[in-house]
Design a protein around this ligand. Structure first.
Ligand SMILES: *[C@@H]1O[C@H](CO)[C@@H](O)[C@H](O)[C@H]1NC(C)=O
Ligand SMILES: *[C@@H]1O[C@H](CO)[C@@H](O)[C@H](O)[C@H]1NC(C)=O
Ligand SMILES: *[C@@H]1O[C@H](CO)[C@@H](O)[C@H](O)[C@H]1NC(C)=O
Ligand SMILES: *[C@@H]1O[C@H](CO)[C@@H](O)[C@H](O)[C@H]1NC(C)=O
Ligand SMILES: *[C@@H]1O[C@H](CO)[C@@H](O)[C@H](O)[C@H]1NC(C)=O
Ligand SMILES: *[C@@H]1O[C@H](CO)[C@@H](O)[C@H](O)[C@H]1NC(C)=O
Ligand SMILES: *[C@@H]1O[C@H](CO)[C@@H](O)[C@H](O)[C@H]1NC(C)=O
Length: 410
């Protein structure tokens, strides 16, 4: 009774405190390259178009904005929590433009000892000429070179894009740090060059060793992405279908699944299924959650199906490394969430149709790094530094948080 009374007395104070705090937060100075996008500004639109005109592949421009004003201040604050992600002076710099060649696609991996960021060209799209005839290429940049021009918005030409000569890796689509080296996930090429996991020496001569290329004699379909769980050190990877949907791999011979691979014993086990089109995978900082994207809404050369997933699912990772309690974590309105990563606070970042979206651990969209075009993937280079791939364009961003990628074995 007494405590109830106390609560009743305290309640108005609590509300009061909250509103004061809220006001203070909202009065936080908006950094130069940031702007607040108020949900209320577009909750009600004068004219809401049908799905044939407004859908996952159209760019949503809230009333009162245009593409120029949205890209001019690319850090979009949807929630006050985003201030802690971007800090007081976030920056976004265009560091390369490859014309029509989608050189900057996926498989972003940071190698701390040399401070290089590796990545791969898009595989299987006509503009790249890759897929069946030609494998995509792996490249790298030196992160300090990008950091040196972060005061500029457009620094194209000032960062060297170096091609990494690793011809054994066919149509790379994913990558991660693994046991002190870099592990790339290759989709494969044609009927006989199957998907495989390839370890690459992150230093010259970039020699490679294939560590997995079959499931009991059967080909994997089309490897997409992988991540190491920080608790057990195993690689969890997705086997999807994009090589087939882009006409350079045969029709699938296995179910679309998430697998785990133990680098010490070589053991492989299926962990989860039930996906339309599997894609990115990552873990929360301490490995207790797994996040997996389903990009079923986009089926390569077969185009879009808007009722299929553009979704991120979350699992609890049990002590024994198995997954349970799959739940819907987020659904993106723009394109699909492709590559995903977490920061050290547990926020989840996804490469989407208009840039990088950032959700807090409860799945609330707190902000975007808006590019006005698709980012399939990106990666933290330690604290406060991000390299963002946007197909023909490559960006460098500075923020106030670091990544949570598992690299303690480097
Ligand atoms: C989505 O909208 C665009 C116009 O912005 C249209 O060209 C396209 O056909 C639509 N896609 C679907 C699947 O309806
Ligand atoms: C592959 O090469 C053949 C023969 O040169 C050509 O006809 C075809 O268009 C190429 N396919 C792609 C996807 O580049
Ligand atoms: C960036 O600078 C390059 C070289 O000066 C120029 O060609 C390009 O149009 C610029 N891009 C943008 C988006 O301003
Ligand atoms: C793939 O391998 C099979 C069996 O060895 C062979 O018959 C076929 O010609 C090969 N295909 C290509 C494109 O090399
Ligand atoms: C690269 O070559 C060195 C020297 O032979 C070897 O020790 C290392 O294991 C190789 N790395 C890979 C990933 O093949
Ligand atoms: C891992 O982090 C989550 C929050 O992200 C926390 O709830 C959980 O207790 C942590 N687990 C361990 C074993 O530290
Ligand atoms: C889109 O996907 C749904 C759900 O899988 C399916 O029922 C429907 O037939 C698909 N539509 C088209 C046009 O393929």
């Amino acid at each position: 009774m007494a405590s109830l009374l106390l609560l009743a007395v305290l309640a108005p104070c609590v509300v009061q405190t909250y509103s004061v705090n809220h006001e203070q937060l909202s009065k936080r100075e908006v950094p130069d390259q940031a702007q607040i996008i108020s949900w209320k500004s577009f909750n009600v639109l004068p004219n809401v178009l049908p799905p044939t005109l407004s859908n996952a592949s159209t760019l949503f421009i809230p009333p009162g904005y245009d593409l120029e004003s949205l890209t001019d201040k690319p850090f979009h604050i949807y929630d006050d929590e985003f201030y802690d992600v971007i800090g007081t002076n976030p920056t976004l710099t265009l560091i390369a433009n490859a014309g029509t060649n989608p050189l900057f696609h996926e498989a972003t991996v940071w190698y701390p000892p040399t401070d290089d960021m590796f990545f791969a060209q898009n595989a299987g799209v006509p503009a790249a000429g890759t897929g069946l005839n030609k494998s995509n290429i792996i490249m790298k940049i030196s992160v300090p070179e990008a950091a040196a021009v972060s005061h500029l918005r457009n620094a194209t030409g000032s960062v060297k894009i170096q091609t990494v000569d690793a011809p054994a890796i066919k149509n790379t689509n994913g990558g991660t740090n693994f046991q002190g080296q870099i592990l790339f996930l290759a989709e494969g090429q044609g009927d006989n060059e199957t998907s495989n996991l390839v370890l690459m020496n992150p230093r010259e001569p970039y020699n490679t060793t294939v560590v997995l290329n079959n499931y009991f004699g059967r080909q994997f379909n089309s490897f997409d992405d992988g991540a190491v769980n920080p608790r057990n050190g195993e690689l969890y990877f997705t086997d999807s279908l994009y090589g087939y949907l882009q006409d350079f791999r045969p029709a699938p011979g296995l179910r679309l699944q998430i697998y785990r691979y133990n680098g010490d014993t070589g053991a492989v086990a299926a962990v989860a299924d039930g996906y339309s089109l599997l894609n990115g995978i990552t873990f929360s900082p301490n490995g207790s959650y797994a996040y997996v994207t389903d990009t079923g809404a986009f089926a390569g050369v077969w185009g879009w199906n808007l009722t299929r997933p553009a979704s991120i699912y979350r699992y609890d990772v049990k002590e024994d490394g198995t997954f349970e309690n799959r739940k819907l974590f987020a659904y993106t309105e723009s394109g699909v969430a492709d590559g995903i990563h977490t920061d050290s606070k547990g926020n989840v970042y996804g490469g989407c149709g208009d840039g990088v979206h950032i959700w807090n651990p409860s799945g609330k969209l707190i902000g975007k790094i808006f590019l006005g075009k698709t980012s399939a993937n990106f990666q933290f280079a330690g604290e406060g530094r991000l390299v963002i791939l946007a197909e023909e364009e490559l960006y460098y961003a500075t923020v106030a948080v670091g990544g949570s990628q598992y690299i303690s074995d480097v």
